[in-house]
Design a protein around this ligand. Structure first.
Ligand code: ADP
Ligand code: MG
Length: 447
């Protein structure tokens, strides 16, 4: 556990969980009980794959949505309603198109009840600090993405929040613009040009987290939970090329790519970084979650692995310019089919995986058929129901009903689509799109 220091504790989450009630009455757990402290003087990154509840957690901290259970303390007092110390920067800027830059920046101050004159002064000052000088009267549509996000930053910072929350603030920008803004923000923070006491950044980019954060909180999904906490002690400004930086990136990559890995077994801390793991018990028997990946993407990854010596997942991702979020689901799918294993960050093909690559289209279909029938619960359920029905047809509603006991309606739909996609590829069943029915072709072979 982290040693208590003299730093002030801004926010404390005590067993904060979130569940949503489905229209059918079922409850879906989005966040398992979370215990977390945000202290003054630190930048904390919430890092995790999409769907792990990062945005939800941030919104709970901001007081935009209430937790289902647990407590949020703000300066050691229970938080009720909106958190007065928080301002948010959103991924998609969230600007009002009919307001000028200045008017957009003034909005937060207005909401705080500032009088027109000090409001104008504060907004102009922040516009200056954030590099928007001269654009006061421009409209958002006249600005580039990078400039728009500057407006987002200026609006959030103008109210001088104690805690600046950012939800993937750089991910809608091109690489160069993102990197510039990241370092400018870091400048403001390190040189204390803004009175902000702490920063919380939600991200799915490992390098972004390692560049910015003093502490990285790794979230896992289905349901969302804290899998690990890493304290980063590398001095700013951090150089991506140093072995220490790379070691830390590798370490986080390993945690993210091994959803089964319990935090207690997280590998030894990298140089200059200490791992403070907060092991959470593995969630009890939950429904298997399928990554939304087409069979073509799985085949593509396997073929790529066959052809190259580079087996390191992280470097492979870098080489292909793929983010964790892009590559991880494909790796997960290939693992579900037993086509590969991950060993010390390396992707290794299994004998079945090798067989798959060597096979022609018919053999490949046959292999996928065997693999999904033995490994994928949803595919098994669909197949069994199809066999049981006399007309060998089932409506997708039936499957969605089952899935919605475990997933949100949107996610249930994705799960179904993936199962249909995989099953069709394997020629296990067909799908009648307009009718919304899954069916067996009459001559389909029994399995
Ligand atoms: P992240 O930001 O890590 O991608 P989110 O916090 O946006 O994750 O969402 C986590 C999960 O919660 C997702 O599966 C999402 O579909 C679900 N979710 C978010 N908001 C709602 C809601 N209002 N009702 C039902 N499910 C929701
Ligand atoms: Mg999000």
């Amino acid at each position: 556990m982290i040693a208590k220091t003299a730093t002030e504790c801004l926010i404390t989450l005590k067993d904060v969980s979130k569940a949503y009630q489905q229209p059918n009455g079922q409850k879906i757990s989005i966040l398992e009980p979370i215990n977390l402290e945000l202290r003054s003087g630190e930048i904390v990154a919430l890092l995790g794959p999409s769907g792990s509840g990062k945005s939800t957690l941030m919104r709970i901290i901001a007081g935009l949505i209430p937790p289902s259970e647990g407590q949020i303390l703000y300066h050691n007092r229970p938080l009720v309603g909106l958190n007065p110390g928080v301002a948010i920067v959103f991924q998609n800027f969230a600007l009002y198109p009919w307001l000028t830059v200045l008017e957009n920046v003034e909005l937060g101050l207005k909401a705080k009840g500032e009088m027109p004159e000090p409001r104008l002064q504060k907004a102009l000052k922040m516009i200056d600090i954030i590099g928007l000088d001269g654009f006061e009267n421009a409209y958002p549509k006249e600005l580039s993405g990078g400039m728009r996000q500057r407006v987002g930053f200026a609006r959030a910072l103008a109210v001088e929040p104690e805690l600046l929350c950012m939800d993937e603030p750089f991910s809608a920008l091109d690489v160069l613009t993102a990197e510039n803004l990241r370092f400018e923000l870091l400048d403001l923070w390190l040189e204390k040009k803004i009175p902000t006491k702490a920063v919380l950044i939600v991200t799915h980019g490992i390098e972004e987290a390692v560049i910015l954060a003093d502490r990285i909180v790794v979230l896992g999904r289905n349901p969302g939970r804290i899998r690990a906490e890493l304290t980063v002690t590398l001095p700013h400004y951090r150089d991506r090329k140093t072995p220490q930086f790379q070691a830390l990136v590798d370490q986080v990559y390993k945690i993210l790519t091994n959803p089964e890995l319990s935090c207690e077994t997280v590998v030894a801390p990298a140089a200059s970084a200490t791992t403070v793991s907060q092991p959470e018990p593995a969630p009890s028997a939950k429904y298997q979650s399928l990554p939304q990946v087409r069979t073509g993407a799985i085949a593509g990854l396997l073929e790529l692995l066959e052809d190259r010596k580079e087996k390191d997942l992280y470097r492979l991702g870098q080489e292909l310019m793929l983010e964790v979020d892009d590559i991880l689901p494909i790796v997960e799918a290939a693992k579900l089919m037993d086509f590969l294993i991950i060993q010390e960050g390396d992707l290794l093909l299994t004998p079945v995986g090798i067989q798959f690559i060597a096979g022609g289209i018919d053999q490949r279909k046959q292999i996928v058929r065997t693999q999904i029938l033995s490994n994928i619960r949803l595919v098994q359920q669909i197949s069994r129901m199809l066999q049981a029905k006399r007309n060998h047809r089932i409506s997708e509603e039936l499957i969605l009903d089952i899935l919605e006991a475990h997933f949100s309606p949107k996610e249930a739909m994705r799960q179904l689509q993936t199962a249909i996609d995989w099953g069709r590829y394997a020629e296990l069943y067909s799908y009648d799109e307009p009718g919304g029915e899954i069916f067996l072709e009459s001559e389909t072979k029994d399995e």
